[in-house]
Design a protein around this ligand. Structure first.
Ligand code: ATP
Ligand code: MG
Length: 210
């Protein structure tokens, strides 16, 4: 029987409990053998706003957050490719390199709406099945307006109103992030002075690394 592989794409700047709960719920409800997290290289959707954290930092935070789950792994495919990330390219190369594997692309309710309006949406849904998770603040009912809706599996996820943007804002304002992101991710972000964290934990300059 073909292996069923979940793909959780994202910027993961930083990875948070909403991502982890969504991936775990998809694994069990969709019956996936494994979920691979794919941190984006240089996400084109976000290139107009604030600078996204270094790919290597986002990759390592994703590894820290997923290491204890035997069904989770992290791929460097988009980080190593460099340049803007197009999910359809990633699906193409995974499809070409993995034999006897069925692909399931997992997204939240906001991301699925973007994906279905891409020019390559038709090809994307041929390469992978799409799984759209509920996310507080976004309405999956809007999906019904799209022709591709029937190719999308809807997934009910325990509601976590957590976003990376809010986590970054909390770091910057000195408000708590504990229980919103894994402890290891919080410590990593402080150690490397991500998100305006300073004066808490080791500063990179103190230990001679960047
Ligand atoms: P940002 O605020 O920077 O956009 P984010 O929290 O939306 O960050 P992303 O890396 O953009 O995180 O999201 C990666 C994927 O995870 C997307 O498919 C997104 O819809 C989904 N996702 C993010 N947070 C949640 C959540 N709390 N519940 C369900 N799905 C989520
Ligand atoms: Mg987002």
């Amino acid at each position: 029987m073909a292996r069923r592989l979940g793909i959780m794409g994202g910027t993961f700047d930083p990875i948070h409990m909403g991502h982890l709960v969504t991936a775990e719920q998809a694994r069990v409800d969709v019956g996936l053998d494994e979920v691979v997290f794919v941190p984006a290289g240089a996400p084109w959707q976000k290139s107009g706003g604030r600078a996204v954290s270094a790919g290597e930092h986002r990759y390592l935070m994703t590894v820290l957050a997923t290491a204890a789950n035997p069904f989770f792994s992290v791929s460097r495919i988009e980080i190593d490719r460099g340049g803007p990330t197009y999910t359809v390219e990633t699906l193409r190369s995974l499809r070409a390199s993995l034999t006897d594997t069925e692909l399931f692309f997992i997204t939240g309710a906001d991301a699925i709406l973007n994906i279905l309006t891409w020019k390559d949406a038709g090809e994307a849904v041929d390469l992978a099945s799409f799984v759209a998770a509920t996310r507080p603040g976004y309405d999956l009912a809007a999906l019904e307006e799209h022709d591709l809706t029937r190719q999308v599996t809807l997934l009910d996820v325990p509601a976590l109103a957590i976003s990376s943007s809010d986590v970054r804002a909390r770091f910057e304002a000195g408000r708590p992030v504990r229980y919103l992101i894994p402890r290891e991710v919080e410590e990593f972000a402080r150690k490397h002075g991500l998100y305006g964290t300073h004066g808490q934990g080791l500063a990179a300059a103190d230990v001679g690394v960047s």
